[in-house]
Ligand binder design. Structure first.
Ligand code: SF4
Ligand code: SF4
Length: 144
């Protein structure tokens, strides 16, 4: 490309950019607004969870651990350092107990801090709705 034609492109582009409002954000020194469609943080409503384990079996990253306790209690762990925020767990849960929120997990200095844990005590549990050996849910592509 001749030199003058690249300048002819660059100079108007440069001037436009100089006078355009900034599009980047000053995060983390200023507020960050995420779109409602952003799906970054896995949230579990443990009271709605039956401990069926479908989400853990379907998770392509093995980022979920579900344990049923005697009497119907449930313990769920989510390992953020493995999660790819694909949303498969949200799609597969028959109880709507797991979802992805429009937020994200901030950086931490310890890997242990990336394990989030929810626990339901036995007396609140209703662990008989979905059998533990229920078939796998349909796998969908991460982008839906
Ligand atoms: S699929 Fe839903 S109900 Fe089953 S263990 Fe996961 S979150 Fe709980
Ligand atoms: S969003 Fe995807 S990778 Fe993360 S826990 Fe759910 S199924 Fe696993």
């Amino acid at each position: 490309m001749p030199r003058h034609s690249s300048r002819a492109y660059l100079i108007p582009h440069l001037l436009r950019t100089l006078f355009r409002p900034r599009v980047t954000v000053h995060y983390p020194y200023g507020p960050l607004s995420l779109t409602p469609a952003y799906r970054g943080e896995v949230i579990c409503d443990i009271d709605a969870c039956t401990g069926c384990g479908l989400c853990a079996r379907d998770c392509p990253s093995r980022a979920l651990k579900v344990e049923r306790k005697p009497g119907g209690g449930v313990v769920m762990e989510h390992l953020y350092d493995r999660c790819s925020s694909c949303g498969q767990c949200e799609i597969g849960c028959r109880r709507g107990a797991i979802s992805l929120a429009p937020s994200f997990v901030r950086g931490v200095q310890s890997r242990d801090s990336l394990v989030h844990r929810w626990e339901k005590q036995a007396e609140n549990a209703d662990a008989t709705d979905v059998p533990a050996d229920a078939p796998r849910t349909r796998r969908v592509s991460p982008g839906r």
